[in-house]
Structures are given as C-alpha cells and as structure tokens.
Design a protein around this ligand. Structure first.
Ligand code: UDP
Ligand code: MG
Length: 316
C-alpha cells in the first residue's frame, strides 16, 4: 500500500476556485506514488463554497470537508484541517492555485531525505501584488527577525509538506492566537525551502484587506516577541534619566544665574510628551494583556457546523 498524503485546503468564498484546484491536484496525483486525502475547510463562506464542497465530497471517498459556523480566519481553518488529517505526509495549500501543485513533486522528492522533516516554499517575487503591501510585508519581516526570538523567512508561504511527526508537534500547540509562520519555526525540525515566482490567483479576489494584514502582523509580533515590552521599559528609563539631567541643569542654572520662572510652553510640551509615552506603553502592555485574556478564556479555535466526517465534534 502506498503512503498517504493529506492535503489541507482553507476556503473562504472560493466557489470558482475549488473545481479548478481539484482538477490541478488530480494532475499531480498521477505523478506521485502517493494516495491523496483532501480536507477542505469552509471558513464560513457566504457564497456557494459549501455547495461545491458537498458536491466534490459526495462521490469521492478521499475528499472530506468541514464547514465552520462563521468565519474564524485562515489560521483557525488550517488548524481544523490539520487536526482532521490521517496522512503520513501533510501539506496545506491555498485553493486559489497561488501555491503551484506541481511543486509537490519536487517537495516529495526532497522529503525522502530522512534528515528533512519539512519542505516549505518561498516566493522570491511579489509581482501582481500592490506595491504598498509588498513594502509593509518586507518591513514586517525585517522587524520581526530583529526583535523576535523565532526566525521568520521572508516570502515563506503557508504551503509546505511535512511529516506526521512534525504535524503532531504543531498540533500539540493549543494556543488560540495562532500565527502559523512562527509556530512552524518554533517547533524546530529541519526545514528546507523551495523558491518560486509569485503566481496570481486563478479566480475570486483576496480576502485579506490591508488592515486585516496589518493586525495579523501585529499578532505575529506580539505572539513571538516580548521586545515591545522591553522597548516600553527602555523608553521609560530613558525619559527618567533625561528628566533627572534636566532637573540638575535647572537647579544649577537657578543657583548660578538666579533665573526667574519662565518657559511654561516648554512645560506643556514635556507634559504632553511624557503623557504620550505613558499611553503608548500602556497600549503595548494592553496588547499583551488582551492576548492573555483570549488565551485564558479557552474558547474553541473553531466551531464546525457541518462535515462529512464522523468525528465532527473533535476539536482538540
Ligand atoms: N482564507 C480563509 N479564511 C479567511 C481568509 C482566507 O480560509 O478568512 C483562505 C482563502 O480561501 C485562501 C487562503 O486562505 O485559500 C489564502 O487567502 P487569499 O488568497 O485571500 O490570501 P492571499 O493569497 O492574497 O495572501
Ligand atoms: Mg491567494
């Protein structure tokens, strides 16, 4: 019996892409000595995505789907899909064909090396993407790699092929605030990256607005770095030292020159400056407390409304 590859596919309003994706994958399946198992996750779509998935799963025993009760986000969809896989190898792919299925052949060849546990993919170009988005993405990787404890590879996609052993390690991490790119590095194991040119999506539109991406990148920083907290303490300490020096200067000047009281505009500026720093630091601390708050509530990462699988309520 050949080994099993589980393909996890998050879908959010992707009715047009699903048949195209499946057809492209079947082409690749014929070139690999593997059995395929598909786990599609409908992340609370408002279009006909679920209908497409039902249709696909109806007469194919190796296609399964989970449908969420609302949109829980791509991270939740990935987690749900991954925890319902049975394969010896597992891959996660976007349904819009921006992750080229034919790369799987090369990825599979690489993972045959027992030293390699995961083959990731990396876009070396970002053609077709708005300039401003590429710019902020670059900035994000620069910042997170400088201040974070976990290295994140610029341009790395969620598209990767990994062994069951590595996936089990990932599923051990039960945090609610999930930032996959970081989690995959955090668990360790040997990952190699394949590089490829960016592709544009086959159908539909991206569901990531600029703000959604922005807040996702803040999540990435807060989840994998406590540097912002250190920066807050550092700025506080700096301002403290600055004020002591200023005090000494003023005392010295008053003794030496008998300076009359003056300069209330500068006082106002200083108040505003210090007040601003305090609010900023409170905001940073608040971000971390917010994360602790959501983690301690221990709400499920996703809620399944419909599935073709038996273990519907499995949510761990
Ligand atoms: N997606 C999802 N839930 C969301 C947003 C996106 O499951 O809330 C899925 C989407 O259907 C696609 C993948 O995540 O399969 C990547 O999304 P998209 O192509 O919109 O992102 P981009 O490629 O533009 O980064
Ligand atoms: Mg895409």
């Amino acid at each position: 019996m050949s080994e099993l590859l589980s393909v996890v596919v998050p879908c959010f309003n992707e009715q047009e892409s699903i048949p195209l994706f499946y057809a492209a994958m079947e082409q690749v399946r014929n070139k690999l000595p593997l059995d395929f198992e598909y786990v599609f996750v409908d992340d609370g779509s408002c279009d006909q995505t679920l209908v497409e998935l039902r249709k696909l799963a109806h007469d194919r025993s190796n296609v399964h789907y989970l449908s969420f009760s609302r949109n829980f986000g791509k991270e939740a969809a990935l987690y749900a899909g991954l925890s319902h896989t049975h394969g010896d190898y597992i891959t996660m792919m976007d349904v819009d064909l921006q992750d080229p299925p034919e790369l799987l052949i090369e990825m599979y060849a690489k993972i045959q090396d027992p030293q390699i546990d995961c083959v990731g993919t990396r876009r070396v170009t970002r053609t077709g993407e708005p300039k401003i988005r590429s710019f902020f993405a670059k900035m994000f990787y620069r910042i997170i790699n400088r201040i974070g404890q976990t290295e994140m590879v610029d341009g790395a996609r969620d598209f990767r092929l990994m062994t069951r052993q590595m996936l089990d390690a990932i599923l051990e991490l039960k945090e609610v605030n999930r930032f996959s790119k970081g989690l995959f590095t955090w668990v360790g194991f040997n990952t190699v990256y394949l590089e490829y040119e960016n592709r544009e999506r086959v159908a539909g539109t991206t569901s990531w607005s600029f703000w959604k991406l922005f807040s996702y990148s803040i999540d990435g920083i807060v989840n994998f770095s406590d540097a912002p907290l250190n920066i807050a303490s550092f700025v506080g300490a700096l301002s403290c030292i600055g004020s002591v020096i200023a005090m000494l200067i003023i005392i010295f000047r008053t003794i030496a020159y008998g300076d009359p009281t003056s300069g209330w505009p500068s006082l106002v500026c200083i108040f505003l400056f210090i007040g601003g720093i305090q609010l900023l630091c409170l905001g940073i601390i608040g971000k971390y407390i917010g994360k602790i708050f959501t983690e301690t509530k221990k709400r499920p990462i996703y809620i399944v409304r419909e599935t073709d699988q038996q273990d519907k309520n499995k949510n761990d």
